[in-house]
Design a protein around this ligand. Sequence first.
Ligand SMILES: Cc1cc2nc3c(=O)[nH]c(=O)nc-3n(C[C@H](O)[C@H](O)[C@H](O)COP(=O)(O)O)c2cc1C
Length: 258
Amino acid sequence: MLDDVILRRRSYRTFASRPVEKEVEDKLLTMTLRAPSGGNMQLWSMIRVTDPEKKALLARTCDNQAFIAKAPLVYFFLSDTHKWIEYFKGSKCDEKFGKPIRNPGIGDFHLGMQDAMAAAQTCVLAAESLGLRSCYIGDIIENYETVKEAFHLPTFAAPACLLVIGYPKEEIKAPLLPRPDNDAFYFTDEYPEITYEMMEKMYKNQEDFSRENKTLPLDNTGTYGDRYFNKKYTSDFMAEMNRSTKIFLSPWFEEEKD
Ligand SMILES: Cc1cc2nc3c(=O)[nH]c(=O)nc-3n(C[C@H](O)[C@H](O)[C@H](O)COP(=O)(O)O)c2cc1C
């Protein structure tokens, strides 16, 4: 049942060396393409990374996460307007309709990103239902220049996310990572004024869990907010994500200059 798949899914990083059979991967790819997509246009692309050297490169560029190189399946999702521009050119849309083929804009990028993430999440749940496990790698938005060169990315095909997928080496026995309670998390009808108390309530389950596991800063007296601030928000990798993303996003802001 899909609800079991959703409720038991967790991020998984240590895969068995067993390869994923072709029939299983074919099924996974077919299910991934069933993802909803704006206008059914698939404004996304996905590169199946099979070359061990490219996997190793991604392990380095994605903040040195060694497990990426060992994953049986590595899928690189892109927000992709480039292929459509080529299609418009081949179809001579400008001549047929007397309108220029404009450069993609930031809205095109964002729609493609929505599509790419819908496809990636469909892939995650499909993988789980096929007995596979997976993990997102957000660090794919780092080191754009190196990734662009290695994968020959055109300007208007931008990194969305990476997925690593494989059979589990062994099941993880630790409890699932907690989530906020519904009533502390969801807003109704409008975005409220955020207060500290609201945030404490929202992240109480994660804070309690982190305290039990001694992963809060300041000798475990800190808050979950302190943890995010310290480990992620002010980290070198987050600075790199911001630098790199600015580079691959900037051409999408040039739409009007065509
Ligand atoms: C957009 C996104 C980016 C992520 N990037 C990474 C990553 O680079 N490395 C990693 O090990 N896990 C990554 N994760 C997995 C999260 O750490 C994980 O989903 C989170 O801690 C909750 O754990 P769970 O998925 O087991 O419930 C990412 C997840 C998402 C959705």
